[in-house]
Design a binder for this molecule. Sequence first.
Ligand SMILES: NC(=O)c1ccc[n+]([C@@H]2O[C@H](COP(=O)([O-])OP(=O)(O)OC[C@H]3O[C@@H](n4cnc5c(N)ncnc54)[C@H](OP(=O)(O)O)[C@@H]3O)[C@@H](O)[C@H]2O)c1
Length: 278
Amino acid sequence: MKIVVIGGTGLIGSKLVNQLREEGHEAVAAAPDTGVNTITGEGLAEALKGASVVVDVSNAPDWEDAAAMKFFETSTQNLLAHEAPAGVRHHVALSVVGTDRMLQSGYFRAKLAQENLIKASSIPHSIVHATQFYEFVKGIADFSTDGNTVRLPPVLIQPMAADDVASGVARVALDAPVNGILEIGGPQQFRLDELVRRALAAWKDPREVIADPQARYYGMAVSERTLLPGNDARLGETAFETWITRSAAQISSAHPQPTGVAVATNETQKKEGREKAS
Ligand SMILES: NC(=O)c1ccc[n+]([C@@H]2O[C@H](COP(=O)([O-])OP(=O)(O)OC[C@H]3O[C@@H](n4cnc5c(N)ncnc54)[C@H](OP(=O)(O)O)[C@@H]3O)[C@@H](O)[C@H]2O)c1
């Protein structure tokens, strides 16, 4: 089956393309780097020719409110408009657990706009809501850092490995459309401050994490369960401990440092994925 992965060179996209190819499908990594741009429309008609399924795991390059809205609306409208004449039978999109509970953020208003366009279109669809990726934990820490201090609300979070996100999305893409939302999450719940503290310790990052009920998550006021999936969520298998041990080992072998700060980014992982998926 031909499956076009929009954002197929990104963190989730590159893993998804590899997994689908391993299962014997014709998975096409579609992104500006491979000549497909959902904003300008470049390469879209050609890429979608003969495709049964389109999976959109792209992300806005700029998360500022208006820029994110423009990206998700334009990209989704262009995609859906090209899918109908190409005879695409299933549109799958990756979004975030709790999107409709985080509308103080322009980014989540943009994700909701994306979801609403998909729901209103005639193409059968499945929207996958995932919890935060383990690979995103450093971004959470950096956003809430002031000097040497990371201040976070001690709310619950159930993060998951990007590998498990890709497997969860692959399973949905290969099943029949649900015409609704499915949730996927990680195997364990944490307090947000505890999760970030454990990650920074493993990466030998000296920042101190402080639990502050008044602190914001990515600039938003969140409550105890805002970030949690519901009881029906499909859960990934990779434990945070397993992932963080692997991540710390990768960092120290890539950047041997006798002392000092180890820097974790998901860029290394994306680069590895791109090399495999292209
Ligand atoms: N971070 C989290 O914890 C989390 C949790 C749940 C859901 N999500 C969702 O997961 C999705 C994927 O995230 P990710 O971290 O895998 O993203 P990512 O690594 O930033 O990858 C984004 C992909 O989109 C592509 N792209 C950008 N502009 C494009 C355009 N005009 N046309 C076609 N492709 C374009 C990029 O290509 P280039 O690299 O060539 O620009 C790249 O392949 C996002 O929609 C996000 O909302 C994230």
